[in-house]
Design a protein around this ligand. Structure first.
Ligand code: HEM
Length: 359
């Protein structure tokens, strides 16, 4: 089939794109040179957010199915990795905006009240679709975050909040992971012994460390014993659920076991794609945290202790959100319980055979 010719300018709607910058300082006849940069940087962010949402929606669709084909899993993991690449790119854009000095910013900042990145609908969609819940967020102006959005956006946000997030869908997928139980598969008992030994070795190392005084030793040992207690609960469903209710874990008992199994046996061919998916989710959480941190520092150097245009405490709110607004924390915490490969129990042959491809 022959398609009609297309011109670059029309195909990319360049006219519309280049006419979408309307500096307030020009409107008020006090032109501020840096306002164009401020607008363009924000607009490029929103364009990248659109692409992230496009990828995220397709991954969500895959994970929301009751059963996922291997081929779809490969595609989903590639799309998650694309999201990571975009996030890394947009962190770099902070450098460009930071060529604007705080004084340049003050030339037009007062004209923007009460607009704020806090009202970015697409950013809120990304966070929510990934799995950041209302209760995970910092309180802001005594009302839920979505109250800052436009009315029709609030409606859509409410629907999204009631849909299955990527976190929930991944949890269900993990819970369906086979190989968790098998004939004569007492993997968890053997594993538990190895981890207990590792913690005991650490406690012994602390106790013989001559550079620590008795108080420091006791503090370090207490910390290790507490970690060990969390680890013990990993294999006692009732104790686990109590800790989960207190917020120590978000993933379910089964989901967490599957994630651990995937991480430990990621060299098994069948677990390589699941491993890549978990790694991409860790990368997404980490790059989003890095972006939040860079953005908080940028706000600090631009504003000092001033409040934000959206009415928050400014830098302080952003710094607190950086440490609190995380989603896949369980995957990070699991690493505490990793042991060297040489000590990981060997899988029973019946199970390792089922995990391998044979040519
Ligand atoms: C001069 C540069 C910037 C400054 C001083 C700044 C400052 C702030 C402040 C103080 C807040 C907290 C809410 C408020 O009180 O307004 C905020 C939130 C936010 N800003 Fe910026 N910002 C800047 C650039 C950007 C850029 C380029 C983006 C890209 C889209 C962005 C996106 C956001 C988002 C998404 C939030 C909500 C964060 C959250 O609640 O976790 N900001 N910004």
């Amino acid at each position: 089939m022959k398609y009609p010719p297309v011109h670059y300018h029309n195909y990319l709607d360049i006219e519309k794109l280049l006419n979408a910058q309307h500096p307030k300082s020009v409107e008020y006849q006090k032109p501020a040179h840096d306002e164009l940069l401020f607008i363009i940087v924000h607009q490029t962010y929103e364009l990248w957010f659109k692409q992230i949402l496009f990828e995220l929606d397709s991954v969500l669709k895959t994970f929301q199915q009751p059963q996922i084909e291997e081929e779809q899993m490969g595609r989903a993991s590639a799309r998650l990795e694309r999201i990571v690449s975009i996030l890394k790119l947009i962190i770099g854009q902070v450098d460009v905006l930071e060529t604007m000095t705080p004084l340049d910013f003050l030339d037009f900042r007062d004209m923007l009240y009460p607009a704020s990145g806090f009202q970015s609908f697409q950013w809120r969609l990304i966070e929510t679709k990934l799995g950041l819940r209302v209760e995970d967020r910092l309180a802001y102006n005594q009302s839920p975050f979505y109250k800052s959005l436009m009315e029709d956006q609030q409606k859509e946000m409410n629907e999204v909040l009631n849909q299955q997030s990527l976190f929930d869908a991944v949890e269900k997928w993990l819970e369906r992971t086979p190989f968790l139980q098998g004939e004569n598969f007492n993997f968890w008992d053997t594993y538990k012994q190895a981890v207990n030994q590792m913690f005991q070795d650490d406690i012994n190392t602390v106790n013989v460390n001559t550079r620590l005084n008795e108080e420091e030793k006791a503090k370090n040992v207490k910390g290790l014993q507490e970690s060990l207690k969390t680890f013990d609960a990993l294999f006692d469903e009732k104790a686990f659920n109590e800790l989960r209710a207190q917020g120590h874990f978000r993933l379910s008992y089964k989901g967490l076991h599957a994630a651990l199994l995937i991480q430990l046996y990621r060299d098994q061919p069948i677990l390589q794609t699941p491993f890549r998916i978990i790694r991409a989710l860790l990368d997404i959480d980490e790059t989003m945290t890095t972006w939040r941190y860079r953005h908080a520092l940028m706000a600090y150097r631009m504003l000092g202790q001033k409040i934000g245009t959206g009415g928050s405490s400014g830098h302080k709110y952003l710094a607190d959100a950086t440490s609190k607004h995380k989603i896949f924390t369980d995957f990070f915490n699991l690493t505490t319980f990793f042991i060297p490969r040489s000590k990981v129990p060997t899988l029973p042959k019946s199970i390792s055979d089922r995990m391998s491809f044979h040519y």
